[in-house]
Design a protein around this ligand. Structure first.
Ligand code: FES
Ligand code: FES
Length: 161
């Protein structure tokens, strides 16, 4: 049995079994290793991608669930349908020097893009809610909050002050 879907705008036919988590198809079959494995239990957010525009945990999503859908990963988000927002987020992540080891950052960025698509200028409470399921072992949380606000235009970059 095969599953057909789109990844970063490209049509994909996967031969993985229907219950294979999307994360493993992305990483092992398609070599899209920007999406990370953290917990495998939908608890840490490292594996977050967009499925039909929604931030989704790829580690617990069987490949059968994405049949006919459009998946966007960190590798494609700045060329995808949300590219304007994604580029602002990418720029803010750089200007605020958010990343440390970087492991959690693809997931944090994917959820941030989904948040700003829904709510262009979120309050800090909305930012915290949207990113509360994302763990960062390097504790970059305050810089992430700052970068989200810079990307949303509600806060000036610290690098420009
Ligand atoms: S690896 Fe998917 S939420 Fe942790
Ligand atoms: S930057 Fe290292 S886990 Fe978040």
């Amino acid at each position: 049995m095969t599953t057909s879907f789109k990844v970063n705008g490209k049509f994909i036919v996967s031969k993985s079994s229907a219950d294979t988590p999307l994360l493993w198809v992305l990483r092992e079959e398609l070599q899209l290793t920007g999406t990370k494995f953290g917990c495998g239990m939908a608890l840490c957010g490292a594996c977050t991608v967009h499925v039909d525009g929604q931030a989704t945990r790829a580690c617990v999503l069987p490949i059968s669930s994405v049949a006919g859908k459009s998946v966007i990963t960190i590798e494609g988000v700045t060329q995808g349908p949300d590219q304007t927002i994604a580029k602002k987020v990418q720029q803010a992540w750089l200007s605020e020097s958010v990343s440390q080891c970087g492991y959690c950052q693809p997931g944090q960025i994917m959820s941030t893009v989904a948040l700003l698509k829904k709510t262009a200028q979120p309050t800090l409470t909305q930012v915290d809610e949207a990113l509360s399921g994302h763990l960062c072992r390097c504790a970059t949380y305050s810089r992430i909050r700052q970068a989200v606000q810079v990307a949303a235009g509600t806060e000036q970059s610290r690098s420009s002050s």
